[in-house]
Design a protein around this ligand. Structure first.
Ligand SMILES: Nc1nc2c(ncn2[C@@H]2O[C@H](COP(=O)(O)OP(=O)(O)OP(=O)(O)O)[C@@H](O)[C@H]2O)c(=O)[nH]1
Ligand SMILES: [Mg+2]
Length: 314
């Protein structure tokens, strides 16, 4: 029988069989070296489509990059909003939970941080209450599924399994099955969102835009016309009477305030939004921007990057 790498779930090759992990995981774990994999997103979707609708699904999404996919085919879902540690402490968990409850149809929502071991006791007791034999962790790539499962293993089992995690997309390549008490947890490869900024930047920029600690929101008082430039990725032109915008983005990202006439990044494709009061603009996997009052904004960015408006999260 084929043996799987315990780090990423890929089938081990002949020369890897004497270890429990593949060469790719070894290099990623020990040297931080990343090798792009050419697996197809449809393989990953297939895994999710094959989950029995009566098993328990833990849907993992990061709070900074909140995305909720269609989960209506599953009867048992816990939505886990993770990376709580990167949102400001002043934000109340209940507000976020209410937001997700009001905008999507889920009963069971938990706010956690795997890294800070926050709320994992609550989560595991919730999971146990479902009394299911199989529990799948699903969600977008990089949402934090494997990090969460590692923490559950560390906290609640005797096993020393250590699944490979990284800031790079597609770290987990196939399912990884781990028993915790009598429950079989199954980690899955994350779905790649083609609208995510992470597909269009190099690893140096990826490092920069990945928040490592609490994000310090950056607020700009805005009046009249003006522009902000985020690295060499996004330009925002605004036009408003009197307003304020707050950007939730990794602290290491550079944001430049420039005059409207400054041509920086104006060569990128432009999208226009006519926002009502209390809206966010989301630039997928880069940031979200809170606007207090309605205004007109133009966003210049690679056309493939999904930019959209939503109600204020915070
Ligand atoms: N700050 C913070 N970072 C986290 C947390 N959980 C995961 N991360 C980071 O998020 C990145 C992705 O984590 P993974 O666990 O590899 O994500 P994944 O969902 O398994 O990704 P795929 O295997 O590609 O689907 C890594 O850099 C983690 O360190 C958390 O609670 N807080
Ligand atoms: Mg993973």
């Amino acid at each position: 029988m084929n043996r799987k790498c315990m780090g990423c779930g890929n089938i081990l090759k002949d020369d890897e069989l004497e270890h429990n992990i593949c060469n790719r995981c070894f290099r990623l774990k020990h040297y931080g070296e990343y090798h792009v994999t050419n697996k197809d997103n449809s393989d990953y979707s297939k895994i999710i489509n094959n989950i029995d609708s009566n098993d328990l699904v833990i849907y993992v999404t990061s709070l900074l990059n909140l995305t909720i996919m269609d989960l209506s085919k599953f009867n048992n879902v816990i939505v886990v909003l993770t990376k709580r540690d990167i949102l400001p402490k002043s934000v109340k968990d209940n507000k976020i939970i209410d937001y997700v409850k009001n905008h999507y149809n889920f009963k069971d929502i938990e706010v956690i941080s795997s890294i800070k071991n926050y709320n994992l006791d609550n989560l595991i007791s919730k999971i146990e209450k479902y009394n299911k034999k199989k529990v799948y962790l699903i969600g977008n790539t990089n949402s934090g599924k494997s990090t969460l499962l590692n923490k559950l293993i560390e906290n609640y089992s005797e096993s020393d399994i250590d699944i490979t995690t990284s800031m790079y997309p597609s770290t987990t390549l196939d399912t990884i099955e781990v028993k915790i008490n009598d429950i079989e947890f199954i980690d899955t490869p994350g779905i790649i969102d083609n609208g995510s900024v992470i597909n269009y930047i190099d690893s140096k920029m990826l490092k920069k835009i990945t928040p490592k600690k609490e994000v310090k929101p950056r607020t700009y008082q805005i009046k009249g016309k003006g522009s902000l430039v985020i690295e060499d990725l996004v330009r925002i032109d605004y036009e408003t009477n009197d307003n304020s915008m707050t950007i939730y983005i990794a602290n290491s990202v550079n944001i430049l305030r420039v005059g409207e006439a400054n041509p920086r990044l104006k060569n990128l494709p432009k999208r226009e939004f006519n926002l009502e009061n209390d809206k966010d603009i989301v630039i997928t996997d880069l940031c979200f921007i809170k606007f207090v009052k309605g205004l007109k904004v133009k966003i210049y960015a690679n056309n493939n990057i999904n930019v959209y408006e939503r109600d204020n999260l915070i």
